[in-house]
Design a binder for this molecule. Structure first.
Ligand code: MD6
Ligand code: FE
Length: 173
């Protein structure tokens, strides 16, 4: 985590041309793994199809892969490290269920809690795109999808501003 250097309770990886990474210096997107220097693997076609179905208009550039073991959680945050903050963010939950908390555009104010089960898809679009949200806890033992238990959340994002062609596959740069 920035400043403290303490590890997140969530373990992270990325797919796609840009990966979201974090260290003492802060948060950023970069095309390679910070330790191996290798590019992130491509986003699998079924996830691209889900994006086309629910978002469309441009291609996603990052699929953040979050793994939650029994005690993992994610504090309230906004997805705001992207230039394309007007493009919706889509997530897929797999494995153990989780308690998702979502509020408004400021950190203060009321929040609601939603249980996300395996296979649930969350779309933060329009006014909700910049709302605070987080994971209070996971519910261990509620799914046997992930070997050894746990929860995987896949979050698809457009990072750079789409060009006039919508940033569809084939665009260079
Ligand atoms: C999670 N999800 O479900 C954390 N962000 O583990 C997110 O932070 C999130 O589900 C943006 C859009 C959808 C999300
Ligand atoms: Fe988020």
């Amino acid at each position: 985590m920035p400043r403290t250097g303490r590890p997140f309770s969530v373990r992270m990886a990325n797919l796609g041309p840009l990966g979201w990474v974090s260290d003492r210096r802060g948060y950023r997107y970069q095309p390679t793994h910070p330790l191996t220097g290798r590019p992130w693997p491509p986003i699998p076609e079924p996830l691209l199809a889900l994006w086309r179905e629910h978002v469309g208009g441009c291609e996603p550039e990052c699929c953040l892969v979050n793994f939650y073991g029994p005690g993992a959680k994610m504090g309230l945050h906004r997805d705001e490290d992207e230039e394309a903050r007007d493009v919706p963010v889509l997530s897929v939950s797999l494995g153990d269920a989780a308690i998702f908390r979502v509020g408004g555009p400021t950190r203060r104010g009321p929040t609601v809690r939603l249980r996300l089960d395996s296979g649930d898809v969350v779309l933060l679009a329009g006014a909700s795109r910049l709302c605070y949200h987080g994971i209070d806890r996971i519910l261990p033992g509620t799914s046997d999808l992930v070997p050894g238990g746990g929860r995987i959340n896949l979050t698809l994002r457009r990072v750079t501003r789409p060009g006039r062609d919508g940033g569809l596959v084939g665009e260079s740069g």
